[in-house]
Ligand binder design. Structure first.
Ligand code: AMP
Ligand code: MG
Length: 397
């Protein structure tokens, strides 16, 4: 059985990244991945401008004027102020161009007004309160390399830089299917032995958050013929993600049909929850994840394996935040598998604390009411005591 790291490495090595790119307007670029270098088209700031409301001066003239200067003209945002005359000052507002010749802005709170004369403090420094052209970034400067994800805030940078449209990789098309004779859609009455289906919905929603094109493939019965039809018809998707039927029972047919129709790269990983995970390929290019059916196993394996795979498919570096925290309660177990405990991460007196939530069964979704992290227990560990240092992975389910 593969370790978590070996399984992850095997997946990332097998992913064939996107080859198709397109150019989209900024308003449609949120969550997409840059397909080429994106460079600034203008300097930012585009011109020297005032950081504050106040008065623009030539500092060299202040001493000779005994720090009293007549007011001559005004520069407001969007205006063209021209040149500041010798021995005078100019009213100026935040974001307004600095008039030629001025080398400082004195904020209005620091001056006194005496009719048309402004009285300045004796401490004005050259350069004060001026935002310099290009001090943030310069025209042609690299903003994003290929593979960078253009999240909501990145779009603000692109707009500021005068970029109107961006080259991005195609979004992965991902088919999501639940399997199981017992599964019923919420809203239907439950017959004896049936349960409500939840994995498909959660996977579709997480994929939508990630920014790929998630396609609902519905629920398929534990019937080899139906599974065979599904898999053979789905080889034009970039990914297929199923849940359930990946263990060893006679009714766990996903893995059997997967082996028959596709190529299984590996099956089973030394993790808890989520051991019966199969990964491989069907057809020439469709990556296939058979996730375990238990709801928590499906969530954990999605986070640990599917998300990094999707990142790599879009030419991005997968990354995982690992934070050091202090356990507020203990957890004991037999070593063997890398384990992920649903936990609540919070701060108290500036310290990051992690509480192991009650209900760690892989069928127990109740704890997601409070969970916002996993505590990662290493394979060779027998657990930890309250007060011990633990490694935490943020998770916002
Ligand atoms: P399986 O991997 O098919 O043996 O399923 C393991 C457990 O997860 C069983 O208790 C199933 O009823 C349950 N399960 C499987 N698929 C789903 C699903 N889509 N939603 C909720 N529970 C599921
Ligand atoms: Mg099943």
């Amino acid at each position: 059985m593969l370790t978590l790291e070996d399984a992850r490495a095997a997946i990332l090595q097998r992913i064939v990244p996107a080859t198709v790119a397109e150019t989209v307007p900024l308003a449609q670029a949120r969550g997409r991945y840059a397909a080429a270098e994106i460079r600034a088209r203008v300097d930012n700031p585009a011109f020297d401008n005032s950081a504050m409301d106040g008065y623009a001066v030539r500092t060299a003239d202040l001493l000779a004027a005994d720090f009293r200067m007549p007011l001559a003209g005004e520069s407001s945002a969007g205006s063209i102020p021209g040149t500041l005359g010798a021995g005078v000052c100019m009213r100026i507002f935040t974001g307004a161009p600095i008039p030629a010749g001025a080398d400082a802005v004195v904020i209005q709170e620091d001056v006194k007004r005496d009719g048309n004369t402004i009285v300045f403090p004796r401490t004005v420094q050259p350069g004060a309160n001026i935002r310099r052209r290009g001090e943030d970034f310069k025209s042609t400067e690299l903003l994003f390399a290929p593979g960078r994800r253009l999240g909501a805030v990145k779009l603000a940078l692109l707009a500021t830089a005068g970029v109107a449209e961006v080259p991005v990789f195609a979004r992965a098309r991902v088919l999501v299917v639940a399997t199981g004779d017992e599964l019923v859609a919420p809203g239907q009455p439950l017959a004896p032995g049936q349960i409500y289906e939840s994995n498909r919905l959660a996977t579709l929603a997480q994929l939508a958050d990630f920014g790929v094109e998630a396609i609902d493939g519905g629920t398929v019965k534990d019937d080899p013929a139906a599974l065979r039809t599904l898999l053979t018809r789905s080889t034009d998707y970039d990914f297929i993600i199923t849940s359930g039927g990946a263990s060893v029972g006679e009714h766990d047919l996903v893995k059997q049909v997967f082996a028959e129709i596709g190529e299984i790269e590996f099956w089973k990983v030394r993790i808890k929850p989520g051991k019966p995970l199969a990964f491989g390929r069907v057809g020439a290019r469709t990556h296939f994840f058979a996730l375990p059916g238990n709801p928590v196993s499906s969530l954990v394996t999605y986070k640990l394996f599917v998300e990094p795979a999707l990142a790599v498919w879009h030419h991005a570096e997968p990354h995982e935040w690992k934070l050091p925290a202090t356990a507020t309660n203990g957890f004991r177990r037999h070593p063997g598998r890398t384990e992920f405990l649903r936990a609540r991460l919070y701060t108290e007196h500036g310290k990051l604390l992690a509480e192991v939530l009650k209900g760690q069964g892989s069928h127990m979704l109740g704890p997601v009411r409070e969970a916002n992290a996993f505590i990662r227990v290493e394979a060779d560990s027998d657990g930890f005591a309250a007060g011990d240092a633990v490694t935490v992975i943020p998770w916002l389910p």
